[in-house]
Design a protein around this ligand. Structure first.
Ligand code: ZN
Length: 328
């Protein structure tokens, strides 16, 4: 994530992105059959009336810890593969079907392969998850920025939102009919290989948004929510100034309803992040929930001790409360 260059908006709106080619197989990996041995016979557990209360900051934090333990996780690294395996295992455990969106793009350091992770939930047990029924996207990036001078483990910048999204997947699964309306996306290659330009950075979200647009799937989505850097123990959410207005109001109302309004504010400028291709290429209104007031951003100090489960809890439950208002 970096400070938005205003030129970007018009650039994104006017010219098509790089032509990227899919190089890897797409796969739909069903949940392990062994995980639900009595699915047909058992009565399904009751759906929680206030789903947002089920989101656990502690559980999210554990996922963050495991991501951080993989070490620096830049695109194409072995550490990122390990991080991806952890994500896949957690999604499958909660019953999500996973598609791996592999592609190659040229970068300032030559061609690189990237892998977005897309998760969908079946409408009823024992069924697969179709690709045509989802109405909303919740996303995070899971790669960390590459540095040659420091060991950058990105606890907040990639770790926090990745861990929270995994906890969200567990929480949503408690309400299958609700969960089936979502597409959860873990973007690869959000970080620039060198410096953010029109063609360096946002690799995963640019590819995903273009696929949505070109396949016609973008029409089925009403909105998207992006999480980025949401674990700072001094939580101060800074919604970019060009965020979709109605979504800002809705999110702030939810923060008010949960008595954490003081943690949410609006930044005095736009930000360049993965929501931009969704807004401008796929044309899906997307809100970037980000805390850009983070002194350790892109430094060796972006470590686990900067974060708190309480902050993850706040963002997770407010977002879920808001999602319940949007898709009751
Ligand atoms: Zn970053």
């Amino acid at each position: 994530m970096t400070v938005f260059i205003r030129r970007w908006a018009s650039f994104l709106a006017c010219i098509p992105f790089l032509s990227l080619s899919a190089c890897g197989p797409k796969s739909q990996a069903p949940a392990s059959e062994g995980s639900k041995p009595n699915a047909r016979a058992a009565t399904p557990p009751p759906v929680p009336a206030e789903l947002w209360k089920e989101f656990s900051g502690e559980r999210a934090f554990e996922h963050v810890r495991r991501q951080v333990e993989c070490g620096a996780r830049p695109a194409g690294s072995t550490a990122l593969e390990k991080a991806r395996e952890l994500i896949l295992a957690a999604l499958k455990e909660s019953g999500w079907f996973v598609e791996l969106q592999n592609f190659t793009d040229s970068t300032p350091r030559g061609p690189k392969t990237f892998c977005n992770i897309i998760a969908r939930f079946p409408e009823s047990p024992g069924k697969t998850a179709p690709v045509s029924t989802q109405k909303a996207i919740v996303a995070s990036h899971y790669d960390t920025k590459i540095f040659s001078t420091i060991e950058f483990v990105g606890a907040n910048d990639a770790g926090s939102s990745t861990g929270a999204l995994l906890e969200l997947s567990r929480t949503l699964a408690l309400d299958p009919a609700f969960a089936s309306q979502f597409e959860l996306v873990f973007f690869d290659g959000e970080e620039a290989v060198q410096q953010f330009t029109e063609t360096d950075g946002l690799y995963g979200s640019r590819y995903y948004a273009r696929e949505l647009r070109d396949s016609g799937r973008s029409k089925q989505f009403r909105f998207g929510i992006l999480w980025d850097m949401i674990g700072d123990r001094n939580l101060n959410i800074t919604l970019p100034s060009d965020s979709p207005r109605e979504m800002v109001q809705g999110l702030l109302s939810s923060s008010q309803a949960l008595s954490v309004r003081q943690c949410f504010g609006i930044l005095d400028r736009p930000l360049l992040d993965d929501h931009i291709p969704l807004n401008h290429v796929a044309r899906i209104p997307c809100l970037d929930i980000i805390d850009f007031d983070y002194p350790a951003w892109h430094t060796a100090d972006d470590t686990l001790d900067q974060l708190s489960p309480a902050s993850l809890q706040t963002v997770g439950s407010v977002t879920l409360h808001y999602l319940k208002q949007l898709l009751p």
